[in-house]
Design a protein around this ligand. Structure first.
Ligand SMILES: *[C@@H]1O[C@H](CO)[C@@H](O)[C@H](O)[C@H]1NC(C)=O
Length: 217
């Protein structure tokens, strides 16, 4: 092996010292901040815990959120914001929010490292975008039917109020029709239809049947 022979010893020593130096200067990786989502009217407030750090101004929180499976948005919060940020809230959307604490290595040196990205926190539910039209499609016919039924029931119950019973006109019309019929009958009978002859024929038939019956006996 490399560390077994003489020439390799120096290289080996260098290797190990670099490794240990690396371990020693490796900044402590912090857990991600905890945060909660508070609904405030049309806004959501992502409110996170302050970093446990003597230099909070070196930290910046990066919130990444997604709503209704749309593309991802990024918003930032720092000490001055109270580690919180407000975003527009669409109540018909489910929000998925994650946060990461970032250390400003540019001004604060490489003493600390960014935290991991937090587990997602969910808020709200995806609504059906066609829900209003579906509701309207079902509700409007149902309401119309209901109104119609109520109207019919009320009309039947208070029929007399809407159509007061006046017996004279109906009787009058009835009489008119009847008298008309009689008039047409009396007018037509003599001119076109002569039932008297038929009666005569029927009269003719009866004697034959009676005759037949007599014959059978
Ligand atoms: C978010 O809510 C917290 C706690 O109620 C509050 O302290 C903070 O000011 C709010 N942030 C914004 C941006 O309104």
């Amino acid at each position: 092996m490399l560390c077994g022979n003489r020439n390799g010893d120096l290289i080996c020593l260098m290797c190990f010292s670099v490794m240990f130096a690396g371990v020693a200067t490796e900044p402590v990786r912090r857990p991600p901040p905890t945060f909660e989502i508070i609904e405030k009217g049309n806004y959501l407030n992502f409110s996170a815990s302050a970093p446990e750090s003597t230099v909070p101004h070196c930290w910046k929180y990066v919130f990444q959120y997604r709503k209704c499976n749309e593309e991802q948005f990024t918003v930032y919060a720092n000490e001055d914001d109270g580690w919180s940020v407000q975003v527009q809230y669409d109540a018909a959307c489910k929000y998925i929010v994650q946060v990461q604490a970032k250390y400003d290595t540019r001004y604060c040196g490489e003493i600390e490292q960014d935290s991991d990205v937090s587990d997602p926190v969910y808020f709200g539910q995806n609504g059906d975008p066609n829900l209003p039209s579906k509701v309207a499609m079902i509700a409007i016919p149902v309401i119309l039917c209901f109104c119609l039924i109520v109207a019919i029931v009320l009309f039947r119950r208070h029929k007399e109020k809407f159509l007061p019973k006046v017996p004279t006109p109906s009787n009058f019309f009835k009489d008119m029709f009847d008298s008309n019929k009689e008039m047409t009958k009396s007018l037509n009978v003599g001119e076109i239809y002569v039932p008297n002859e038929e009666v005569v024929e029927e009269v003719h038939v009866e004697p034959t049947t009676s005759h037949l019956s007599e014959y059978n006996q």
